[in-house]
Ligand binder design. Structure first.
Ligand code: ADP
Ligand code: MG
Length: 247
């Protein structure tokens, strides 16, 4: 039997904070190799949706499945180990470590307590660091301290730190906030490249950027799914223009 197979399945997802439903019955499906962008006005529930997928917040209703694992039954650390990684709005890198070291400590072999002590710079780890650094435009800056990077470069480094673990699902909250025009263009290329072979859910406000990266766009409004589809359809949807794009 042939049936559609999605990587990420979010079904009837709801979370209520003291009776207020920040996410209210949201259903969406994301395919492998798909980069989905989530847009919507402030307070629409976008960040809360990512919190629910990565297990930071537990839902009051509904179910999330990723590659046949029920994420809503799992603890946050288990979800990370199953290949779901999250980038928050502000970059969190190690300011005193070099680019190389930031990537190195993000390698899964460096993660456990013993792993950290007995960690060796094996050639596979070094090769991986170089490959990731190239993807994030930092291969010429491997020795630079994290804190000396530009804001945009710090955002790229954090994406690189996530890539060290070969994640299956990337969750990115406003990855180009504070970036220059040139950095935004480079980030669009970077995201298009790195979503191949995996899935990504990206929250973004910059419509020019969304148009460049999105396979499909999901619009949230007051916790609910308002519209979904390719960007040209979303941009001409009167409901989306009324609550979001027209402002
Ligand atoms: P967005 O990212 O779309 O701007 P959020 O997901 O951050 O929106 O927030 C959606 C709504 O849920 C907002 O009204 C926010 O105040 C509320 N909210 C988010 N997290 C909590 C929480 N932990 N407790 C209470 N209310 C929350
Ligand atoms: Mg938000």
């Amino acid at each position: 039997m042939i049936y559609p197979h999605y990587a990420l399945e979010v079904e009837e997802l709801t979370v209520s904070f003291d009776g207020f439903k920040a996410v209210n019955g949201v259903t969406l499906y994301v395919e492998k190799d798909e980069l989905r962008v989530v847009i919507g006005p402030n307070g629409a529930g976008k960040t809360t949706l990512l919190d629910l997928i990565c297990g930071r917040t537990k839902p009051t209703g509904g179910k999330i499945t990723f590659l046949d694992k029920v994420l809503t039954d799992m603890q946050e650390q288990e979800i990370v180990r199953s290949g779901v990684v999250r980038k928050f709005q502000t970059p969190s890198i190690y300011p005193k470590l070099s680019v190389f070291e930031n990537l190195e400590v993000s390698h899964p072999k460096g993660r456990t307590a013993f792993g950290a002590i007995f960690f060796r710079r094996t050639s596979d780890v070094v090769d991986k660091i170089h490959a990731v650094a190239k993807e994030i435009y930092l291969d010429g800056l491997l020795d630079m301290e994290g804190e000396k990077l530009s804001h945009g470069q710090k955002q790229w480094l954090e994406i690189g730190m996530l890539l060290m673990a070969d994640p299956q699902l990337l969750l990115l909250d406003e990855p180009v906030a504070g970036m220059s025009v040139r950095e935004r263009e480079q980030t669009a290329d970077l995201l298009r490249r790195i979503c191949k072979g995996r899935s990504a859910v990206v929250i973004e406000h910059d419509m020019k950027f969304v148009r460049k990266i999105a396979d499909k766009v999901t619009v949230l409004h007051q916790g609910k799914l308002l519209a979904e589809g390719p960007m040209d359809k979303i941009e001409s949807d009167p409901r989306v223009i009324e609550v979001y794009l027209g402002h």
